[in-house]
Design a protein around this ligand. Structure first.
Ligand SMILES: Cc1cc2nc3c(=O)[nH]c(=O)nc-3n(C[C@H](O)[C@H](O)[C@H](O)COP(=O)(O)O)c2cc1C
Ligand code: SF4
Length: 691
């Protein structure tokens, strides 16, 4: 697998320093001057791009991303509101999520479909909403081939592909396409493109990336046909060339036709960089495409899919070298790129180093729709940077829910929370707890006009996020604290640290409303033999409060980031680590790309995984687990330290102290029930907006 080189990163950092830009430890930019006009530090980012008949006002775009906001396969008001927010926020171009071009393209049960004229009014609404803010808009033409992710009704659908090559990730054995089906699907691309053009969209993008149907035809390891669509390079390119021709014919000479392609599929039998460059060179010679949109990865395997939405452990801007390679072979046609470009400084650097002509900043705008406008206005400190946690955006998508953002739960909820309503009466609000829940509640309530004071018992704001950022590869998680702190500053929240809220403090302050966001503590249940064993919890390890022996067993009940992270941390410290999960697989409950990437790391580090294992007891250096299904014991000997990752229990001390207080009282986040930062911030938003 090709990763970004150390040299490239050094060069990028050097140029950032030359441009008087710097990043804090949380990848949050630090502004060194005060510029409130169009920010001169981003000359390339805010230059227009001329593309066939249109002008894109700046170089920031949102790549096509499925939102699960649409209903019945058609654009609805929720989806229009979602895109309107990003257009209003200053993006130059929005590429709307994939639209199926044929009935056999239904890869999920909620795919947007461009197969009938019913789709036109919805596309028109999105186009009008974007154009009202001088933002261009393209549609994505999509057929997944064998990459069928979900059933429509519980029964397995037939997936159609060039030939019978199985998919490793979804375990699909496809049916080979007949030539007649190929003709139908090519016509479907044309008809879908025509509908998008009729709706007033500015262009269409053919999705040939991520191992989807056009890429399956190009790939000689997947396409084993012996007719005019298989065998030679020219034959394997025939399907894509027909699709491009159909799209061009359908949209006419003035609209844009582009293509999304993985610069390398980073997959055991996916397209290599050389094969992709060969295809792009040939397409460039044809001269039909207006731009090439480069990404990495493939839907077909665990390793390839990680790059569809790269998690925070992967370096920012790492796809840019692939884009640069494509740019070198496409004869001056614009090249777009995306993949962990989460800050305008990184985008500017990609552009000035001529690696690409447009920067996809998709999660950056899921997290902060106003990012382009804030950048243009020089308000860099105000940007809520995406931390690539993958939790509420692609995480929700894979669970079948509308996408959102853990830092900005307003995303996907624009119709309810798009505009904050000013408070009808300014209240004195007291918030107990400076973790993500309390911070978000404070920022929202103060922004609406309430007089808010937030009390934090410790010396630092952030709650459990301060610990989460200490896990390997998770430093960016601390960005959530930086971002919420800034939101509170902008809203005018007063913060009092090192002060625990109790009944006396509340009676003395006499607020109109109290919000309890006091969080949780590690759960330490009793188990047989605990007193004979060196047992510590994860918080103690992360805080450096305990010594850990060289042979460790991690008992992981939550099956999330904590078990994976502490196992990696201790393995990197030289320990022999056994990770016993009270589930099927480490990270079972977290987004699959994050989990899969992390399990690969643990495998490389030699961490032993014990699945289906609940902690039962211990005796000195022996830990007893119980198989969750058979009930049989699993005996682990030679354990110096048992590390408990057994979840949390709500902190309720303040709650009980306020039992006799009769004023307005709200409880949010982990102090209600221990969950994650996502629920904490969402509940902060809800109470802040309602109070
Ligand atoms: C929720 C979600 C859904 C996505 N669905 C699509 C899709 O429909 N088509 C596509 O080409 N890429 C899809 N992607 C990948 C994005 O287009 C983009 O390549 C990826 O998010 C990396 O860019 P970023 O780091 O700027 O977010 C999706 C990403 C997200 C977060
Ligand atoms: S949920 Fe996480 S990865 Fe997704 S947009 Fe928000 S911060 Fe970024």
């Amino acid at each position: 697998m090709r990763m970004v080189s150390a040299g490239w990163l050094r060069r990028r950092r050097a140029t950032m320093i030359a441009a008087d830009l710097s990043l804090s430890p949380f990848n949050k930019p630090v502004r060194k001057d005060k510029i409130f006009m169009a920010d001169p530090r981003f000359p390339k980012l805010f230059s227009p791009l001329r593309l066939r008949g249109i002008t894109i006002k700046n170089r920031i775009f949102s790549t096509g991303h499925d939102t699960n906001l649409a209903a019945g396969g058609l654009v609805n008001d929720r989806l229009v509101a979602y895109h309107k927010a990003r257009a209003e926020g200053g993006a130059g171009l929005l590429i709307i999520q994939v639209s199926g071009v044929h009935e056999t393209a239904r890869y999920t049960s909620h795919l947007l479909m461009a197969t009938t004229d019913d789709s036109i009014p919805g596309y028109r609404k999105v186009a009008e909403a974007c154009h009202a803010h001088d933002c261009r808009v393209f549609g994505q033409l999509f057929h997944p081939g064998r990459e069928i992710m979900e059933s429509q009704d519980g029964s397995l659908p037939v997936a159609y592909a060039p030939s019978t090559a199985p998919n490793e990730r979804f375990h699909v054995m496809p049916a080979p396409m007949t030539r007649r089906l190929i003709d139908e699907i090519v016509d479907g691309y044309g008809a879908a493109a025509a509908r998008m053009a009729k709706a007033g969209m500015d262009g269409v993008e053919i999705v040939a990336s991520h191992g989807y149907l056009p890429a399956q035809f190009i790939n000689p390891r997947i396409n084993r046909r012996d007719d005019e669509y298989g065998g030679s390079f020219e034959n394997r390119m025939r399907f894509l060339r027909r699709v491009i021709a159909a799209a061009r014919k359908a949209v006419g000479p003035d609209k844009v036709v582009g293509m999304r392609i993985s610069g390398a599929e980073l997959d055991h039998d996916g397209l290599t960089e050389e094969e992709v460059l060969e295809a792009c060179t040939a397409l460039s010679a044809d001269g039909e495409l207006d731009y090439y949109n480069v990404i990495a990865g493939s839907s077909a395997s665990i390793a390839g899919a990680i790059h569809i939405v790269p998690p925070m452990a992967i370096e920012t801007g790492y796809v840019a070298p692939f884009a640069a390679a494509v740019r070198a072979v496409v004869g001056g046609k614009p090249v777009f790129v995306a993949g962990r470009i989460n800050q305008p400084q990184i985008a500017e650097q990609v552009l000035v180093s001529n690696q690409a002509d447009m920067c996809g900043m998709t999660r950056a705008m899921i997290c902060d729709p106003e990012m382009p406008g804030k950048t243009a206005a020089g308000k860099i400190d105000d940007i809520r940077a995406c931390i690539a946690c993958n939790q509420a955006c692609i995480g929700h998508f894979h669970l079948g829910y509308a996408i959102s953002c853990i830092q900005h739960p307003e995303t996907g909820r624009e119709l309810d929370y798009g505009a904050l309503k000013p408070a009808t009466k300014a209240k004195k609000v007291l918030i107990a707890g400076g973790g993500p829940a309390g911070m978000k509640a404070a920022a929202v309530a103060a922004a609406r006009g309430h007089k808010v004071t937030l009390y934090e018992a410790g010396a630092r704001l952030g709650g459990q996020a301060l610990l989460a950022q200490q896990l390997p590869g998770r430093a960016e998680f601390g960005g959530i604290v930086t971002n919420l702190t800034r939101e509170m500053e902008l809203a005018g929240v007063s913060v009092v640290k090192n002060t625990r809220v109790d009944g006396a403090l509340v009676r003395r302050e006499a607020p109109d409303a109290v919000i309890l966001a006091t969080g949780a503590q590690p759960r330490r249940p009793a188990f047989e033999g605990a007193e004979t064993t060196h047992a510590v919890d994860v918080w103690q390890v992360l805080r450096g409060e305990v010594n850990v022996g060289s042979s460790v067993l991690v008992a992981d009940w939550r099956c999330d980031w904590i078990g994976l992270g502490i196992a990696e941390k201790l393995a990197r410290a030289g320990c022999r680590v056994r990770l016993a999960v009270n589930g099927y697989v480490p990270g079972q409950r977290i987004q699959q790309y994050v989990r899969d990437q992390w399990n690969g790391t643990l495998h490389k580090l030699g961490v032993e995984i014990i699945p289906y294992a609940r902690l039962y007891g211990a005796d000195g250096e022996t830990v007893y687990l119980q198989h969750m299904s058979s009930g049989e014991p699993i005996v682990c000997e030679g354990i110096d330290t048992l590390v408990l990752a057994l979840g949390h229990e709500q902190e309720t001390k303040t709650v009980s102290e306020l039992e006799d207080w009769t004023g307005e009282l709200h409880r949010i986040g982990d102090c209600v029930a221990p969950r994650t930062a996502e629920e904490a911030v969402l509940e902060g938003l809800k109470v802040g907006a309602a109070i």
